[in-house]
Design a protein around this ligand. Structure first.
Ligand code: AHR
Length: 325
């Protein structure tokens, strides 16, 4: 009897050692944290503006994916390309206690104070599309394009279009924006030495502003210009309007543009644009996926770059019907 008792005790001890004993509940143990889902997410997207078809597509991607994934709430605003409006929108989101802020910054500078406020409030920030010049510890990650690479690709296209060199103009995006700064830098680094940039002016990524800027360029330099590097398709469309009014014909000045919007494709079909460097605005799925990971404290990649290509006139008509923006 005593032997049997000892055997049973030993067996129970062995089973519990190997984790086979029935689980005893421990009320003092902390409950495992439930994984957050999209339905729990409130995401703040202080959009920088509505200046271009690219931007419209970016906004649509954020809004459509919010619905598709069934997130709890999207706090969306439009800063009308004004940094001060965007900073106020971020502050309002911090006060509301959103889960994640996804910020497409209009310009690179001036973010340290408000990013510090978000950090102190324990709200992670994802920088979307353009870059910021801020202490990297103030934001979680960046999702978007490599703007310098886009500028480099644009220069390589211009080099091919003007093998004997020439004089070109540059229509630049918003001054101080990561997109304009990166594209200008990459372009200059890769441009052949026999091509001279005779002038550069901003038109803030808009069609409306590109018309007078191009008109002034044509008045000043005549038509003695071999090419134009234009930082986005909307400005290209505006510039083409000014060229048409001045009697310039498609192909007289080689145009390299950026984005790959439907408007850019049409300008290639019409013979005005010779190369369109892709910049993809459809960032919604990546933004929400990363935001959810942040809410769950998962390990994330800090830099998520979009894979992009270059489009040419020969395939433009074939590809245009399937373009999403
Ligand atoms: O930051 C991306 C740029 O902003 C796009 O090239 C342009 O079209 C937009 O306005």
């Amino acid at each position: 009897m005593k032997k049997l008792f000892l055997f049973v005790v030993t067996l129970v001890m062995a089973l519990s050692l190997f984790g086979c004993a029935p689980a005893a509940s421990n009320p003092a143990a902390p409950a495992a944290k439930a994984k957050k889902e999209y339905k729990d997410m409130t995401l703040c997207y202080p959009q920088l503006g509505a200046e271009s078809d690219w931007r419209t597509a970016n906004t649509a991607s954020i809004k459509e994916n919010a619905t598709k994934l069934g997130i709890k709430k999207l706090v969306f605003s439009d800063a009308q390309q004004k940094p001060e409006n965007q900073i106020s929108a971020v502050r309002a989101c911090i006060q509301q206690g959103v889960d994640v802020i996804a910020l497409p910054p209009v310009v690179e500078d001036g973010w340290d104070a408000v990013l510090t406020e978000a950090k102190n409030a324990k709200i992670p920030v994802i920088i979307v599309d353009r870059s910021v010049k801020a202490d990297p510890s103030l934001y979680a990650a960046h999702i978007g394009s490599n703007m310098e690479l886009e500028g480099k690709k644009s220069a390589e296209e211009m080099n091919k279009l003007l093998p004997n060199g020439g004089k070109i103009l540059e229509l630049s995006g918003t001054t101080g924006s990561g997109a304009a700064v990166g594209r200008a830098k990459g372009f200059r680094e890769a441009l052949n030495k026999n091509i001279e940039i005779v002038d550069t002016q901003t038109a803030n990524f808009t069609r409306a502003e590109a018309i007078p800027v191009m008109k002034a360029f044509l008045n000043k330099y005549g038509t003695d210009i071999d090419g134009v590097f234009i930082h986005n398709d909307d400005m290209a469309i505006g510039a083409i309007e000014a060229m048409k009014a001045a009697g310039v014909k498609p192909g007289d000045m080689k145009i390299v543009s950026v984005d790959g919007t439907r408007g850019g494709f049409q300008a290639m079909i019409d013979g005005w644009v010779q190369a369109d460097v892709e910049c993809n605005p459809l960032l919604g799925p990546q933004v929400y996926e990363l935001a959810l990971k942040l809410m769950n404290g998962e390990t994330i990649e800090r830099e998520i770059l979009t894979n992009e290509t270059v489009f040419y006139p020969d395939k433009a008509a074939e590809l245009l019907p399937s373009r999403q923006y």
